[in-house]
Design a protein around this ligand. Structure first.
Ligand SMILES: Nc1ncnc2c1ncn2[C@@H]1O[C@H](COP(=O)(O)OP(=O)(O)OP(=O)(O)O)[C@@H](O)[C@H]1O
Length: 590
C-alpha cells in the first residue's frame, strides 16, 4: 500500500469524491438488503391468504422504488468512484510522461519504446483498476457480506445460515486461484497481440523493402507464426476462463442446494416460514458477488501495487544531466565555443568516444568537423548540448563552463539540425515553428523555407505549409526532410547553429545554394557543420578532422590540402566519385 503514497496529492484533492462514491455504494448495498425483506412479507401474506390488492399495490410501489433507488445509486457511485479512477489514470499518465521528458538521453538508450509504452498502458490500467474496481469490490465484500449474513441469521435461522455459509468460501478460493492464472494468461495474450501489432506495423512500414526483395512469402510466414501464437495464447485463456465461470456457478448452486434441502425441511417443520425461505434464497444470491469480489480484490490490489511500484521506479529515476546548483541563466550568448582537453566515454561503453579534444571557435565563425563514420563528430555536438556530460576537461561557452549554465538557456541558444531529421506527424508549419509555443508569422516560415531551399517543394504539396506529415499524411523524401529540419533551426534563430550531416541527402547544386543562402544567416552566428562531404565544409573558417575520437588534422581547406592526410584523401576520393558517378543525389531524380 505504501506504493500508492506517490498519489497522496491526488487522494487529498479527490478524497471527497471517493467518500461520496463509497457512501452511495453502501447506501445501495443497504437498499439491496431490503428487497428480500419485501419478498418475505409478500410471500408470507400470500401463504396465509392475507394479501389484499391494496397491500399488493403498496409492495409493487416499494419494489419499484427500491429498483429506482438502486439504479440511481449505481449511477452515482459509478460516476464518483470510476470517474475518479479515470481522473487518477489521467493524472498518473501526465505525471509519467512529464517525468520521462526530464530524463536524460541515455535513459532512452537503455529503455525501449515498447517497455515505456507498456508502463504507460498496462501498468497505469492496473493501478486504475485497483483504485476503481478494487475499491468497489472491497466495499461490497465487506458491507454486503456482513449485512447479508446478519440479515440471514437474524431474520431466518442461525443453523441454516451456518450450514449454507460453509460452501461460500470455496467461491472466494476458486476466484483467487483462477484469478491469478487468468491474469497470467491474459498478460501473455496482451504480449502476443502487441507482438502481432508490431509485426504488422513493421511489415507495412517496410512494404517497399519487402516487395523489392520479393519477400512477401516469408513476411506472410512470419506473420502467420505470430498470428498462430496469438491464437494459441487466446485459446489457453478461453480454456481457463471456460472452466472458471461454470465452476463458480456450480459451487453457488451447491449452496442453493443446501438451502433447498435443509431450508425446505425447516419450512415443513414450521421452524421458518415460506417467506423466510424465499428471503434467505435472495440473500444467498446477494452473497455470491461479494464472495467473488473477495477473491478478485486481493488479485486486483496486488497487481495494482506491483504496477505502481514499477511506475514509482521510473518516477524515482533521476535525470543524469541536471542543472548544477550554481548554474546561471544566460540571455543571448555571443557564441564563443571552447573545448579544452575534453575526454568522453558513453555511459555503457568501455572506450573513449572522444580523446583530448581541443579547439576554439570564435564568435560568428564557422567550425567544420569531418571524419569517417563513427569517428566522434556527432558526439562533439552532443556534449555541447549537454545531452551527455564529459568525463574530463571542460567545454566553455562565452568563457563560462557549460556545466555552470542552466541547461534550458544553454539549449535555447543553440539551433540544432540533428542527423536523423526527425519530424513530427503534424503540419509542416508546426514542424518549422517547433521551437515556439505560439504560431510563427507567415513571413518567418517563408523566409526560413526559402533559405533551406524547400519552399518550392512545399508549395507543390496539396496544402502547402498546412500539409500533414507522417503516417496519415504526406511522406517527404530524405532530402526534403533534411531541408524542413534546416528551416526549423533557422526559424529558431539562436546565436549558435549546428548542422549535423544535414546536407547529405541533397545534391551538390542544392547544397551549394543552401550554403549560399545560409551565408547571411551564418555571418551573425557561430556555426558548427558536420559533414562527410568536403564540398560542404570547404568554406569554413576552421576545419578539424576526427579519427577514432581524436583530432588528427586541423586548419582551413587550403592548408589541409597541403598536408598529405585524411582530409586530402577524402577530398580526392570525392572529386573522383563525382567525376565517375556524376551527381546522383536527390534533385536530379526528384
Ligand atoms: N549512445 C551511445 N552509446 C554508446 N556508444 C555510442 C553511442 N552513440 C555513439 N556511440 C559510439 O561513439 C562513437 C562515435 O559516434 P558518433 O555518432 O559521434 O560518430 P560520427 O562521427 O558522428 O558518425 P557518423 O558520421 O556515422 O554519424 C561510435 O563508435 C559510436 O558507436
Amino acid at each position: 500500500m505504501k506504493a500508492f503514497s506517490t498519489l497522496n496529492d491526488f487522494f487529498k484533492e479527490h478524497k471527497l469524491n471517493y467518500i461520496i462514491g463509497i457512501i452511495w455504494l453502501i447506501l445501495i448495498d443497504g437498499v439491496q438488503i431490503v428487497v428480500p425483506q419485501i419478498l418475505r412479507k409478500v410471500t408470507n401474506l400470500l401463504q396465509y391468504g392475507q394479501l389484499t390488492s391494496q397491500e399488493l399495490i403498496k409492495y409493487i410501489i416499494l419494489i419499484l422504488l427500491t429498483g429506482l433507488a438502486i439504479a440511481i445509486g449505481r449511477y452515482f457511485w459509478r460516476v464518483y468512484i470510476f470517474g475518479t479512477s479515470r481522473k487518477l489514470e489521467y493524472h498518473l499518465r501526465d505525471m509519467l510522461f512529464n517525468h520521462l521528458l526530464t530524463l536524460s538521453t541515455n535513459y532512452f538508450n537503455i529503455h525501449t519504446t515498447g517497455d515505456l509504452m507498456a508502463h504507460a498502458t498496462n501498468d497505469i490500467n492496473a493501478v486504475r483498476a485497483s483504485l476503481g474496481q478494487g475499491i468497489v469490490m472491497l466495499v461490497d465484500a465487506i458491507f454486503l457480506t456482513i449485512m447479508s449474513i446478519i440479515m440471514m441469521a437474524k431474520t431466518t435461522n442461525i443453523k441454516l445460515t451456518t450450514i449454507t455459509l460453509l460452501t461460500l468460501p470455496f467461491i472466494t478460493i476458486i476466484v483467487g486461484k483462477f484469478g491469478k492464472i487468468i491474469h497470467k494468461r491474459f498478460r501473455l495474450v496482451q504480449e502476443a497481440f502487441s507482438n502481432l501489432t508490431d509485426i504488422t506495423r513493421e511489415n507495412f512500414s517496410g512494404i517497399r523493402v519487402i516487395k523489392s526483395f520479393v519477400q512477401e512469402e516469408s513476411a506472410f510466414k512470419k506473420f502467420t507464426q505470430a498470428n498462430e501464437y496469438n491464437l494459441n495464447k487466446n485459446m489457453e485463456l478461453v480454456k481457463v476462463s471456460g472452466i472458471f465461470h461454470p465452476l463458480v456457478q456450480f459451487i453457488s448452486s451447491l449452496s442453493f442446494l443446501v438451502v433447498i434441502v435443509y431450508g425446505s425441511k425447516l419450512v415443513m417443520l414450521d421452524t421458518i416460514s415460506l417467506g423466510d425461505f424465499i428471503a434467505f434464497n435472495n440473500y444467498l444470491g446477494l452473497l455470491i458477488w461479494p464472495m467473488m469480489a473477495v477473491g478478485f480484490v486481493i488479485n486486483i490490489i496486488q497487481r495494482g501495487i506491483a504496477s505502481m511500484e514499477r511506475i514509482n521506479n521510473i518516477l524515482n529515476e533521476k535525470p543524469e544531466i541536471v542543472d548544477f546548483p550554481n548554474a546561471i541563466p544566460l540571455a543571448k550568448v555571443k557564441g564563443k565555443i571552447e573545448y579544452k582537453n575534453v575526454y568522453f566515454k558513453y555511459p555503457n561503453s568501455q572506450s573513449y568516444a572522444l580523446k583530448n579534444i581541443n579547439f576554439t571557435v570564435k564568435e560568428g565563425n564557422t567550425l567544420a568537423i569531418v571524419g569517417r563514420t563513427g569517428s566522434g563528430k556527432t558526439t562533439i555536438v552532443n556534449l555541447l548540448l549537454r545531452l551527455y556530460d564529459i568525463d574530463k576537461g571542460s567545454i566553455l561557452l562565452d568563457n563560462i563552463d557549460i556545466r555552470n549554465i542552466q541547461i534550458k538557456s544553454l539549449r535555447e541558444n543553440i539551433s540544432y539540425v540533428p542527423q536523423d531529421n526527425f519530424l513530427f506527424s503534424s503540419t509542416i508549419r508546426d514542424n518549422i515553428g517547433f521551437a515556439f509555443d505560439k504560431e510563427i508569422s507567415e513571413e518567418q516560415i517563408i523566409y526560413a523555407s526559402k533559405i533551406a531551399e524547400v519552399y518550392d517543394d512545399i508549395m507543390e504539396l496539396p496544402d502547402g505549409f498546412d500539409t500533414v506529415l507522417g503516417e496519415r499524411g504526406v511522406t517527404l523524401s530524405g532530402g526534403q526532410k533534411q531541408r524542413v529540419a534546416i528551416a526549423r533551426a533557422i526559424v529558431k534563430d539562436a546565436p549558435i547553429l549546428i548542422l549535423d550531416d544535414s546536407l547529405s541527402s541533397v545534391d551538390t547544386q542544392t547544397e551549394e545554394r543552401i550554403l549560399n543562402n545560409l551565408k547571411n544567416v551564418m555571418s551573425k552566428k557561430t556555426t558548427i557543420i558536420i559533414s562527410h562531404r568536403i564540398s560542404t565544409v570547404k568554406n569554413a573558417d576552421q576545419i578539424i578532422v576526427l579519427d577514432e575520437g581524436e583530432i588528427i588534422e586541423r586548419g582551413n581547406h587550403e592548408s589541409l590540402l597541403e598536408i598529405d592526410g585524411l582530409y586530402k584523401y577524402l577530398h580526392e576520393k570525392q572529386l573522383l566519385e563525382e567525376k565517375v558517378y556524376g551527381n546522383a543525389k536527390e534533385g536530379q531524380y526528384e
